[in-house]
Ligand binder design. Structure first.
Ligand SMILES: Nc1ncnc2c1ncn2[C@@H]1O[C@H](COP(=O)(O)OP(=O)(O)OP(=O)(O)O)[C@@H](O)[C@H]1O
Length: 237
């Protein structure tokens, strides 16, 4: 990318400062995020837990430049997201931010290999050999299969590989284990941990699944739009 802000003090991962998000209008305004400060560095795997309605999805939307905060600033890989036009944000997202969704969100008609090639091409790349990335996630042997031929865990593996195709600096992960059994949940979050460290990507995962938190470097609790800096849930790796 060539759009990085030269005045930035942080060059890797994500930093949020005083981020507030108000949704709705008039009397019915909800403060989905309330003065959130957050910094996740390259190669760090952060989990955010909290009750339904706490603001976790809102935080991922803001971090992924899918929504703009009411106030506060967000920098990804040193770039102030608010200084980019919508078009530039979309381009920035393709290069710098990977998304992993609840159930893989793969394109039904494409083979596993083509899911990865598509994302590379959308970011302006030409030829791309997905083999080594698929090997990393244990899916090279199914490169020519389509999503309906894969298990839920395999679809998640492909989704993780696809999110990493363009070597993003930020990986945003939304409830990756919600459709998986216990063992597959461990495997998938273990894989996310490995990839975070191997790719030096800053990973933010939202989850309700407390059984997988030991894979994470840090865990924060979110409640009423606030991130608790003194979170009692801190894992030791
Ligand atoms: N489009 C919207 N308009 C008004 N309020 C909204 C909107 N989207 C979310 N909210 C409210 O903002 C708050 C935060 O919602 P958010 O979806 O971020 O929570 P969450 O922690 O992700 O919840 P869950 O775990 O159930 O997915 C909630 O009070 C929710 O009702």
């Amino acid at each position: 990318m060539t759009t990085h802000d030269a005045t930035s003090t942080t060059t890797a991962g994500i930093s949020m400062t005083g981020v507030t998000l108000e949704l709705g209008d008039g009397d019915r305004t909800v403060r989905a995020l309330d003065s959130v400060d957050l910094r996740v560095g390259a190669g760090e795997f952060l989990a955010i837990v909290g009750p339904s309605g706490a603001g976790k999805s809102s935080l991922l939307a803001i971090a992924g430049a899918l929504a703009a905060p009411t106030s506060g600033s967000v920098r990804v890989h040193g770039q102030d997201l608010a200084s980019l036009s919508r078009r530039a944000q979309a381009r920035f997202r393709l290069h710098e931010i990977g998304f992993v969704f609840q159930s893989g969100n793969l394109v039904p008609a494409l083979t596993v290999a083509d899911q990865l090639r598509l994302v590379h091409r959308l970011a302006g790349g030409r030829t791309f050999d997905p083999t080594s990335l698929l090997e990393q996630v244990g899916m090279a042997h199914k490169a020519n299969r389509r999503p309906h031929e894969l298990s839920g865990g395999e679809r998640q593996r492909v989704g993780i590989a696809r999110a990493l195709v363009n070597s993003p600096s930020l990986l945003l992960v939304d409830e990756p284990t919600s459709s998986l059994d216990r063992q597959r949940s461990q495997d998938i979050v273990g894989l996310l941990s490995e990839e975070t460290h191997l790719s030096s990507v800053a990973t933010v995962m939202v989850t309700h699944d407390h059984d997988v938190l030991h894979h994470c470097d840090r865990v924060l609790t979110m409640e009423d739009g606030r991130l608790d800096p003194e979170s009692p849930i801190v894992t030791a790796r």
